[in-house]
Design a binder for this molecule. Sequence first.
Ligand SMILES: [Zn+2]
Length: 396
Amino acid sequence: MRSCGDGLGSRRVLPLLAFPVLCLTACQQQSNAPPPPPRCASSPTLAGLGEHTPASALTSQRIPLWASRIQSFLDRGVIPLVDLQSSLARSHGEKYLGEALWAMDELGIALIAFDGYEEPEPAADEESDTYNWGRYPEEVAERYPDRIIPATNGGRSPNWKTGGDAFVSAVERNIRSGAYPIIGELNFRQYMPGWRWEPGVTGADRYVDIPLMSDKGRRILALSSETLIAVPAHIEPEDPALEDLEAALAAYPRAKIIATHFGQVRRPKRCTRFGPDLVRRLLSTHPNLYYDLAISTPGHVHYDPRVFDGAIWRDGPNGGQLAEVKPEYSALFAEFSDRFITGLDYGIGRSPLAAHLSAKAKNVRLILRDLPESCRHDIAYRNAWFLLTGGVWPEA
Ligand SMILES: [Zn+2]
């Protein structure tokens, strides 16, 4: 269905729901013409993208700015990246954002959706049932509406991890307010971040452990079902976590779940099911599943020096990893090019923002390098466009 976009002109960003109707008409008029070549390996269709997301009034106002920004890169022959998975603390933004805005232009990063942190930082009382909603992403999006998209606060606070439901209630309120086109990354199952880890620390493997099908998870999934706004979920692909994911996808078929950090396998012995075959089955069965490519660079280790945590990279000589995607994963990205999105994964504990964006954008472009041209556009920005706006970016 997307292949009909040619006749519509590459610079038009059509209002919601208008595109399928116009496309249908164009297709009917061209019914005697030979079918166009497949866009990607399996010629993914709009059907795979799921339902349209109704945009709030605020998002609708900003959509033309986002569209112009994306188009400005396309006009220069650059495939723009739209990052749906980064976090920005006020202290980092005040220090690094100015330089990073210039870096975005140079790196071909059109838009970044930043989620926020609790402000001021909470006391380490994990039993508390309060949450102070941080407004910094909204502030920077107001200042730079053509570059920054506000996501809700991310799920990483003591209240989210072990406290009551104050954070979840705040997410519900703020999403329903219409101020955010996407939920911030919620850590459901997460190992302790490498920058926090030190030898001898305990509990590193259960740093966050909240099933998607828990009470908190169900409320978030119900919110996504109600609003059709996507929820990025950090889950380590351990066997029980994958069962939980599949149960959630089936129980909440309207919830758009972005499983973050595709192919990040840090404890291989616990992740015996994860691999291209399992992912192919999940994507084929559940049209509400997406993955982001916020994945480690080749040769990266977490805190087990014996394990490279990027499972998609080819093995190299002498036990190393090559800067090349395994063919079975490239085939998967092409076959389901409408289900993978860009994630650059900035947050506290990382290098300065511009340097981080440079390394992560390079990594995403390395993943895209060997894919058919149309698939690169899908994964770089078109799928993000759909999740943010509910519209389909017309093909050139
Ligand atoms: Zn994450």
